[in-house]
Design a protein around this ligand. Sequence first.
Ligand SMILES: Nc1ncnc2c1ncn2[C@@H]1O[C@H](COP(=O)(O)OP(=O)(O)OP(=O)(O)O)[C@@H](O)[C@H]1O
Ligand SMILES: [Mg+2]
Length: 617
Amino acid sequence: MSRIRQLSPELINQIAAGEVIERPASVVKELVENSVDAGSTRIEIEIEDGGARLIRVRDNGSGIAVDELPLAVTSHATSKIGSLDDLENVLTLGFRGEALPSIASVARFAMSSRPASQDAGWRLEIEGGRNQTQQPAQHPIGTTIEVRDLFYNVPARRKFLRAERTEFGHIDELVKSMALARMDIEFRLSHNGKPVRLLRPTIDENSALQRVGEVCGDIFIGQSLHLDHAAAGLHLSGWVGLPTASRSQADQQFFYVNGRLVRDRVLAHAVRQAYADVLYHGRHAAFVLYLELDPTMVDVNVHPAKSEVRFREGRLVHDFLYRTLHAALADTRAGSVSSAPTGLAAAPSSFAPSNGAQASTSTAWSAQRADWRTQSPLTLGVREPLAEYALLLGTEQNSAIVDYAQISTMQHSSSTMDEGDGSIPPLGFAVAQLHGIYVLAQNAAGLIVVDMHAAHERITYEKLKAARENDGIRAQILLVPLTLAVSEREAACVEEQAERFVELGFEIRRSGPQSLVIRRYPVLLEGADVGSLVRDVIADLITHGSSRRLEEVQNEVISTMACHGSIRANRRLNLPEMNALLREMEVTERSGQCNHGRPTWVQLSIAELDRLFLRGR
Ligand SMILES: Nc1ncnc2c1ncn2[C@@H]1O[C@H](COP(=O)(O)OP(=O)(O)OP(=O)(O)O)[C@@H](O)[C@H]1O
Ligand SMILES: [Mg+2]
């Protein structure tokens, strides 16, 4: 064994850099965060050679006093906190006093700065953490930091640098994510002397949306919902992408907690669950969300690069998030402007709100409206599986079950379709059925095409879910109770949360230190592997404080029933039946997507149709 010795400050900083400075984008992150913390309103980022040759960040923030310049590059020196109390209340992005010394130890570093209190600026240079020099320099109020030849003295790290384009890509992503965090700041980014991005400060919701579009694309803007909701000391705002704007990668998921971009399991889980009912398998939601809460409720000091946080009340945050998003997504009814999937053009703006303004484009409308008013109720062959479901629920004749002999489609939609105000329903009036698969309808904007099976499946599914919620869960008693071996922690969890299991339709007791006995479970789980399901629910309760797994499995069961109970392809519908389907879609939650997240309808505007036929060119 060699002798224990004290490491040199440079080596200490280089080790710290190993954790925080992974690649050029990490340097940009640290420097831009410092500029943000300094109250800057303009931040300019110049990059050369993907950041390997030069990273220069210029800001108009508070600047650093000449006598504090050397401190700024000393480890554990910070102006942002001074006590544990400050740490628990921290609202700045930085607080560790580690970034600059780390960066300065693995590059050629220069920092020029001037606070308002000084007439002139000063420049400090330092190379690989050594040979520090300082001299007067011209500089406007603010700070410029230059980082050249990153990892020049750490060959092992330098080898890991990827192609220039890849590294710049990471930097661009980082700048975009910072720009979404701080809409009030102007960001400029250039690469090898060429301007790449200019994001002007936003002044209202419109310009904020433009910035979101710059980062997430126009599709996202057209197919997202804005939300703003506060409760229990939590405030969630931002934009959530509709299922039709989902992506094959989780590459447009921006979640900010008190202005800091974070990746967090609790948050990710809540978001995934909120989308569970509307997203196609393997697709990822797109969103830009801001969560604000008391800084003492969240620990930001849990990750070296501060990209993770820990919530003091994880369950509260999880449930708040889930409920808010779930409610927002429930509003994706077919025919509502925001959920309109577009037909031919990518630009979502092609959807025209269906007010009466364009009604005069067709003389057939008034005749159709009369037809819709007098339509006969739609009767579909859906009784069988539904009756089966009614039995499961213990309600032989359930009023909430889809039965178009019973449901008056006119009743609940009368407000939107009052003939007196001349309005046209959002999904218009049916004109024909195509190949037994699609319903074609005419609305104010043009042509609507509906996948009738997909649409009806969603309607049936939502009704079955509502029926279940109204009537509770029917449980069945087991003749031979089921014994389950679990860990002590799991057994304790069941004991503590006994009531939750009752709510879920279970009778389940602890029968020993490491065993449970199940005497009763929901009828809807017949045929499922109840033992492993219970284990999964316990795991959810332990990790997330809540579980929606049972509901999900039950949803799967009723989703299958909905599928079998819905209009099959090739079934002929007459016009009143088609119109009844359109009206149902307009009032059913989530009816913009089928149960698998695919769109149930598309709008082809007159302009899009004109374009197809090269009209007006
Ligand atoms: N652009 C800047 N404008 C004004 N002051 C700055 C700037 N960059 C750094 N500083 C000052 O230098 C100090 C050290 O910066 P450094 O990034 O190393 O640490 P920090 O931001 O306090 O914490 P962290 O390591 O978590 O980022 C900061 O506390 C701040 O006072
Ligand atoms: Mg910092």
